[in-house]
Design a protein around this ligand. Sequence first.
Ligand SMILES: [Zn+2]
Ligand SMILES: [Zn+2]
Length: 177
Amino acid sequence: MIINVDKLRGKEIDKINLNFCEEIDTISYCDEKYKLASPIEVTGKITRNGKELYINSDVKMTVVDRCSRCLEEVEIPLDFNIQGFIVQENNYTEDEYEEFDAFIVEDYENVDLLEIIAQNLEFNMPHKVLCGEDCKGLCPGCGANLNKEDCRCSEKINDEDNIDPRFAKLKELLKNE
Ligand SMILES: [Zn+2]
Ligand SMILES: [Zn+2]
C-alpha cells in the first residue's frame, strides 16, 4: 500500500485519488498482529494543506480478533474515516499538531497507507470483543467452551454417580473391611 507522493509534494499535481482494494494478510497494531478476513478497501484522496500533505479517506476491512470470553475467532467488520496530516517523524512537533490528527510516517516520499490505517485502528477497534452478547465463555475450572460443550468439572469430583463401576466395587470392598 505504498503511495508515491513526490509529484504532489513537488506541486506537479494537486491531489492523489485513492480508490483501491488490496489483499493484505495481517495488520499490526499495538504490538499485536491481526489477521484480515477481507481485502482493505480505500476510497478518498491525499491533498496538500499548507506545507504538509493531508489525507481524507474511507477505509473498509474485516479484522479477526478473539472473543474475550471464549477465545474463539471473531470477524469484526470495520468501516471508518481517516483524516489528518501526513507528517515525517523529524518534522513532528506536538505544539503544531495537537489540535489536528497527524499521522507520523517513516518514509515521507513513499507513504505507506497501511501504516496510517494501523494508527487508526486504536480508535476504531471495539473495546471488548465478543462472539455474541450471550457468549457463555470458558469454564474457569475445566476450560470447556460452554457455548459448545458441557462443563467437565463434576467428572473430577469423586462422587458415587460418576465413579468407574470397577472402582465402585473396590470401594465397596474397602468399606466392608
Ligand atoms: Zn465467545
Ligand atoms: Zn468446568
